[in-house]
Design a protein. Structure first.
Length: 531
């Protein structure tokens, strides 16, 4: 537990700083947009009738859907920008509505008195309306703060680091320490910001300047305290890379120059255990050769590929069948080696993405059932499910039932009457063990298949394509010969048993992806092996 806790603390500057930067930036934009718009809307019924419904409509869009929509609008761009835009839109409604309400509910007699004193509209706004409406406006800012800080955790799948990284990764790897760590810090940050803004609200209501100063200085202290460790860590990392680069550029007699000294790369990963392990493996291997590595994890298949082709991610591991079905939109199935060649050729010609090679194992989709149920129903292959499909349920991860692979299997075998349930892949194995599901989709390198005494159903029609693990490089990274030479020793060095053992370390033995990657790197290349 203490090792796991230390790992979480090591990542805290990056995740807390990213969360704070993203949420406060979005809130600031929300305030700068909503208050002026609310003032204008309070003076125009026509504008108010347009603006408030639009803001309300945006609020009805599920937050994760709004984040994904921003990625699509930005042509596949991931990271800070799509998350910032989505959260900024999400922050508008409470502040806008409270600004309009606060101004329109001011006693008309007070406004008339100000007019009789000869005040201009601007003077009435600054001296009468905004001061009186300030407590209501600050209440809207408090509500928006709670929404935005909580929703920022969902920015992880679009590549923006936040405290959500703890929660998503912890769920996938069954690491309760990571999940609790993320939840606690999100809650603490939300409470702290809410209480500081409450002081500002109280200061506005009671006209107490000292409280306003305390609130302002407190907010400034939170920003500095949250962002400084991240900044220091980035500067230290940059300095270390620079110093290391200088050392290897003037090596002592007999020393070996690190091939990637002074270079920076981004390694991507999808949202399941094997991807976390492989991304840690790439990180370790590249850092041992002098590179500085940034990690972007918990991303969906198409979002991650878009980030790669747009050079926002330099390297990640994908699977030939996923590229075949999801990117190439192919529903036919061909021989394994032929598919690898076609995938490599297509990605290079269309996107400039380099398929460097295969890691050596195949992680195919498979449908699995409990052994006792297989025996009782006499099921051996996917085709046998048809006779029982109206009474069986199948579960899979959040994206599988919208993927071409499932549509192909469903149509080829006639499984439309199966009851489908989507859930986080973390809970699939417990669901089938507890008989909440009859069938689940699984990855053939998952150590839990044997541990849970599950049977992989045969695929006689070969509706599912091959899934060779392949190493992809972005168009920019593909031009880096030193990077290519450094990665070559990893190719064809990991077999399915080694990958299954590495996954088991995380999924069943309670180890971390970093520990599993160390085991795998030792097995594949002899690196990081302890004496």
């Amino acid at each position: 537990m203490w090792v796991s806790l230390q790992e979480q603390l090591d990542q805290l500057p990056q995740f807390l700083g990213g969360h704070l930067l993203l949420s406060t930036s979005a809130l600031l934009i929300g305030i700068l947009v909503s208050i002026p718009l609310g003032i204008l809307s309070s003076r125009s019924k026509r504008l108010n009738a347009i603006v408030l419904p639009i803001a309300g409509l945006i609020q009805t869009i599920p937050s994760i859907a709004l984040l994904a929509l921003m990625v699509l609008i930005l042509s596949g761009r991931v990271g800070f920008l799509p998350a910032f835009l989505a959260l900024s839109l999400y922050s508008v409604l409470p502040i806008l509505r409270n600004t309009v309400t606060g101004i329109t509910q001011i006693d008309p007699a007070m406004v008339e008195a100000a007019t009789s004193l000869g005040m201009t509209d601007w003077q009435k706004l600054i001296r009468i309306e905004l001061p009186l409406a300030a407590p209501v406006i600050f209440a809207g800012i408090r509500t928006s703060t709670i929404w935005v800080v909580g929703t920022t955790t969902l920015s992880t799948p679009v590549g923006a680091p936040s405290l959500g990284n703890y929660i998503f990764s912890g769920l996938q790897t069954r690491n309760s320490v990571s999940v609790i760590f993320g939840c606690v810090f999100v809650a603490l940050l939300t409470i702290l910001l809410d209480q500081l803004i409450r002081l500002a609200e109280q200061a506005a209501r009671e006209r107490r300047k000292p409280l306003a100063w305390i609130s302002g200085l407190g907010l400034l202290a939170v920003l500095i305290g949250g962002l400084t460790p991240m900044t220091i860590k980035l500067i230290a990392s940059s300095t270390m890379v620079s110093q290391f680069s200088e050392q290897v550029s003037r090596p002592e007699s007999g020393s070996q120059q690190a091939r990637l000294a002074g270079m920076n790369f981004t390694v991507g990963a999808k949202a399941f255990t094997e991807q976390f392990v492989l991304s840690e493996l790439l990180k370790n291997h590249l850092e041992m050769n002098g590179a500085a590595i940034e990690m972007i994890q918990n991303m969906g298949s198409t979002i991650l590929f878009d980030a790669l082709r747009n050079n926002q991610v330099d390297i990640y591991v994908d699977y030939s069948g996923t590229i075949w079905a999801t990117i190439m939109k192919r529903s036919d199935t061909i021989e394994r080696n032929a598919m690898f060649i076609e995938v490599a050729s297509y990605l290079k010609e269309k996107y400039g993405v380099l398929v460097l090679g295969r890691l050596g194992f195949e992680n195919a989709y498979g449908f699995v059932m409990r052994r006792d149920q297989v025996r009782r129903l006499g099921i051996r292959s996917i085709s046998d499910l048809v006779a029982h499909s109206d009474r069986l349920s199948i579960g899979s991860d959040l994206e599988f039932f919208s993927r071409p692979e499932w549509i192909q299997v469903r149509d080829v075998y006639g499984l439309s009457s199966l009851s489908t349930r989507s859930m986080d892949s973390t809970f699939l194995y417990d669901a089938i063990k507890d008989e909440k599901l009859d069938i689940i989709s699984a990855n053939t390198t998952d150590g839990r298949i044997a541990a849970y005494d599950l049977i992989v159903l045969r695929d006689p029609a070969q509706a599912l394509p091959p899934y060779d693990a392949i190493l992809l490089l972005s168009p920019q990274a593909a031009r880096n010969n030193d990077l290519i030479d450094t990665l070559m020793p990893l190719l064809n060095r990991i077999d399915v048993e080694e990958m299954r053992a590495a996954n088991r370390i995380v999924d069943l033995d309670g180890g971390s992806p970093r520990q599993a990657a160390t085991f795998l790197l030792c097995a594949a290349t002899g690196e990081l092996c302890s004496d």
